[in-house]
Design a protein around this ligand. Structure first.
Ligand SMILES: [Ca+2]
Length: 502
């Protein structure tokens, strides 16, 4: 496992400490905080591209989520920075391509990694909560963390004042003490019962009420509609007409989430701060399809570099500054959430490291011409892609035998016609752009979560992390070894997972 050079680690750690410790008095913060917008960041999990009404769904009513498109801006070329859970969240929290700090893969389950200080959002990274807290905000998270289960990565050590939720990547909706990853309030197991998606809505609404007199940042990270497929009777009853059992359960789960979001939006309204509250809505990756989700005609699914893995429902509502009912079709990415929120909060971004997201408000208000991003990049092991304008290059394969595919998304959003043979110059240019971008990225800090074998076997079932490399080298070199994903070295040392569990 290759580490970030110690000198660089120390420099970034000092930078993070200095940044967090820079003096601003409490009184100054309180004075400066008046008039600042609240920020509500809603992240949903594993939802398909066409599973809400405002993106074309016909069989699952989602009036509350749809209201964000009616009253805000809907992105139709909205992306996340990874095709699965934890890396996307690392990018959202930092505004940086998560490959810059080796957060390229999901960690293992919370149960498997809770004693592993090597698997989680690097402590040298500064979170959106850190940034907004410094700008005078009350901060809280409700729901799924998935950025490290070791105590040092706990959200309340990463800028969040309050936490109600779980540390891993997936969770039962009905069993609060699930798989050694209990629902926590703060750092202690929470006592309670009831359907968790609904409970998250209640907890979020209560947070909003509790902090209505100060600017607040609420990170509402639903695990819905991720597996396991577990719905409550009330919502299941609404979808008795859907024959397919998986789709019916999925629809009920999504409907419960829509109700919970309705409760949160109502809380914002009740406090009289609707205009001055930025509400983000983003899906953390495309639908996996095996659980009842639907990506429409997009190619591919969760964990894949095709549009079905990374193009997602993405919206922002901010009546104070943005007109409602607007569709914005230039490419944007979830990395933009942090810089946009921090700019509106009058906060500051760290200056000692590249920030890849941009402040979208000037673009959305038409004050800035051009596009927020000339290029966007993705990488997960040997899979990588780049979008430049409408042209998208996809790299797949491994063991020195990469395959390259080229699409014109302006004419072919669904990636049906591979233009690689027709446009070799474009392939060459985008391949060079990708290689150039990869020079600034770090090797993965941990290997992909090992799949559980059907038959027991110590090496293959070892969790990712410290012990994994040794175990995995015995089992045939699955680990993310030195330079695993560098353009010229890493061709297939990191094996992608066939089906992601988290
Ligand atoms: Ca996910």
């Amino acid at each position: 496992m290759k580490r970030v050079p110690i000198i660089l680690q120390i420099a970034m750690a000092v930078g993070a400490l200095l940044w967090l410790a820079a003096p601003r008095s409490v009184a100054a913060e309180a004075a400066a905080a008046v008039g600042k917008p609240n920020v509500v960041l809603i992240v949903v999990d594993d939802m398909g591209y066409v599973d809400i009404g405002c993106y074309g769904c016909k069989d699952i009513p989602t009036p509350n989520i749809d209201s964000l498109a009616r009253d805000g801006v809907k992105f139709t070329n909205g992306y996340v920075s990874c095709s699965y859970c934890s890396p996307t969240r690392a990018g959202i929290q930092t505004g940086r391509y998560q490959e810059r700090f080796g957060h390229e893969f999901n960690p293992g389950s919370a149960e498997a990694t809770k004693n592993d200080p090597a698997v989680g959002l690097l402590l040298t990274e500064i979170t959106l909560a850190d940034m907004l807290k410094k700008a005078g905000y009350a901060t809280g998270i409700v729901g799924k963390w998935h950025l490290g289960a070791h105590p040092q990565f706990h959200p309340m050590k990463r800028g969040y004042d309050e936490f109600f939720g779980f540390l891993g990547g997936s969770h039962s909706y009905v069993k609060w003490d699930d798989k050694g990853d209990p629902i926590l309030r703060g750092t202690e197991p929470a006592q309670g019962e009831g359907y968790l998606t609904t409970r998250y809505g209640q907890e979020a609404a209560e947070f909003i009420q509790r902090h209505k007199d100060a600017p607040y940042y609420l990170y509402l990270a639903f695990n819905a509609v991720h597996s396991p497929l577990e719905a409550d009777e009330e919502h299941l009853a609404k979808f008795a007409g859907i024959q397919d059992k998986k789709r019916r359960t999925y629809a009920a789960m999504l409907s419960a989430m829509d109700d919970a979001i309705g409760q949160v939006l109502q809380a914002v309204k009740d406090t009289g701060q609707e205009k001055n509250t930025i509400v983000w809505f983003v899906d953390d990756n495309g639908g996996p399809l095996s659980q009842g989700s639907d990506n429409g005609t997009l190619k591919g699914k969760k964990s894949q570099p095709w549009e079905g893995g990374i193009r997602v429902p993405f919206m922002v509502r901010y009546p104070e500054k943005l007109k409602g009912g607007v569709v914005y079709d230039k490419p944007v990415i979830s990395l933009d959430i942090a810089p946009t929120s921090v700019a509106e909060a009058g906060g500051e971004l760290p200056k000692d490291r590249p920030i890849d997201g941009v402040d979208l408000i000037p673009y959305l208000r038409g004050e800035k011409q051009g596009v927020p991003h000339e290029e966007l990049y993705w990488r997960k092991g040997p899979d990588a892609s780049v979008r430049k304008g409408d042209m998208k290059l996809v790299r797949q394969g491994g063991a020195g035998k990469y395959q390259f595919y080229l699409y014109d998304l302006g004419k072919d959003r669904d990636e049906k016609q591979d233009l690689a043979a027709e446009k070799p110059d474009v392939v060459k240019q985008l391949t060079a752009d990708l290689a150039n971008w990869e020079k600034d990225m770090k090797p993965p800090l941990w290997s992909p979560q090992a799949k559980k074998p059907k038959k027991s076997g110590a090496a293959a079932s070892a969790p990712a992390g410290k012990g994994a490399e040794k175990a995995q080298s015995k089992s045939g070199g699955r680990a993310a070894k030195k330079g695993a994903a560098k353009p010229d070295e890493g061709k297939a040392k990191v094996k992608p997972q066939a089906e992601e569990k988290e």
